[in-house]
Design a protein around this ligand. Structure first.
Ligand code: GLU
Length: 399
């Protein structure tokens, strides 16, 4: 009999790294608990309350008995609402049906369901880089290989078919798309998106299109994959209510995919988590179906994000920093001042220690000489944080 057990990570998680976006905000919370005054621009979490009509609908649903399991794939009215939305966008030959929708505990789970169902050992998945930290890890957890396809900073890091094709091999099985992008705020134009979808269809790749920021777009509405797709038999659209409706804690996301894949993801989810929280599904249903009162709040939150962006960007640029102008989402992606292999992490550490501002190092997004600032916080906080960023950048030396 063994005297003691020593934990050794299984092969499944041997290479796994903790989520840097979450780690930063946990560190910020810990410092606040110690009494330090911290401005947390780490995690991308809207600071608004969930709109009142949604909260009221959720409370009423609980009173009416929405407290039990639902179907693993989610309640039918919610899947119908999601399918109806998709059909407003999609003009291809076939209609999206509720059977092609799987509701989960957040778009993170939906992305993971898709990665596990589609990719496995020996497969390669193209990931436009920089990308959100969890894509790389989720592809790895599926035991496939994430292939970084670095975009050109001069084009806001957006990738095009030529760049993607240059990284393809016979083992390429799919690609991750994210527009508006976390962390760059870049938005793909309809023709750019269509060109990538055409390449994927041509090459027999799956496309996982993460559209969690699609409603947060400042110039024109950001196109989703279904707006431009002419076919969708290789397409998984992932979305959720977290960002647009300020519903991060409710944990509701979904996939729209061909039915056989939906069935496989449903089987997988039936063993991992069963249905997403019943009350949250009713809240999401309210978000998607209540219409005008909720839409007005979404619009005013987007307008507020825009106001913050416009107030803070000149401060950062005035300090001589290279900052991408976000056309969507709510992040500034900034070239870290200073030199060295991990200039971004060094800058984040200096900023937190000297000025009490928490931001995320670009290494989380596989571009270690950049940093990400979330402006999903009160304007006064964002502006003050950017002044502090400017101060530390001036000390380190920009240029
Ligand atoms: N997606 C947000 C972010 O990038 C929330 C945290 C997370 O899930 O990564 O900050």
């Amino acid at each position: 009999m063994a005297d003691s057990f020593v934990f050794r990570p299984s092969e499944n998680i041997a290479a796994l790294k903790e989520s840097a976006t979450i780690a930063v905000s946990q560190r910020a919370k810990a410092l606040k608990a110690e009494g330090r005054e911290i401005i947390d621009l780490g995690a991308g979490e809207p600071d608004f309350d969930t709109p009142a009509p949604i909260r009221a609908a959720a409370a009423a649903a609980v009173e009416q008995g929405a407290t039990r399991y639902t179907a693993v794939e989610g309640i039918l009215p919610l899947r119908e609402a999601i399918a109806a939305d998709a059909n407003r966008a999609y003009r291809g030959p076939d209609r999206v049906t509720p059977a092609e929708v799987v509701v989960s505990n957040g778009s993170k789970q939906s992305l993971y369901n898709a990665c596990v169902a589609l990719f496995g050992p020996g497969d390669e998945v193209l990931v436009p880089t920089p990308s959100w930290t969890s894509y790389y890890e989720m592809v790895g957890l599926a035991r496939a290989t994430a292939v970084e396809v670095h975009g050109d900073p001069a084009r806001g890091f957006k990738v095009d078919p030529a760049r993607l094709a240059a990284h393809a091999t016979p083992r390429t099985r799919g690609l991750m798309l994210n527009s508006p992008s976390n962390p760059t705020g870049g938005v793909y134009a309809p023709n750019e998106l269509r060109a990538i979808l055409d390449l994927a269809a041509d090459r027999g790749w799956w496309v996982i299109s993460d559209e969690i920021y699609v409603r947060i777009s400042y110039d024109a509405p950001a196109p989703g994959a279904l707006d431009v797709a002419t076919r969708r038999d290789n397409l998984v659209v992932v979305n959720g209510v977290a960002k647009a409706y300020a519903m991060t804690g409710w944990r509701i996301g979904w996939t729209i995919s061909p039915a056989p894949l939906a069935k496989a993801m449903n089987a997988f989810q039936s063993h991992t988590t069963s249905n997403a929280a019943t009350v949250s599904q009713h809240a999401a249903l309210a978000a998607l179906t209540l219409g005008a009162p909720v839409e007005a709040e979404v619009q005013s939150m987007v307008a507020e994000f825009r106001k913050r962006r416009d107030a803070a960007l000149p401060i950062l640029r005035g300090a001589g920093l290279t900052v991408l102008e976000p056309a969507g989402a709510f992040y500034f992606y900034i070239k870290a001042p200073g030199t060295g292999a991990d200039a971004g992490a060094a800058f984040c550490t200096a900023l937190l220690e000297r000025e009490g501002v928490a931001i995320v190092p670009g290494s989380a997004f596989r571009t270690p000489d950049w940093v990400r600032v979330s402006y999903a916080a009160a304007e006064s906080q964002v502006v003050e944080a950017c002044r502090r960023i400017a101060r530390v950048a001036a000390d380190i030396g920009v240029g």
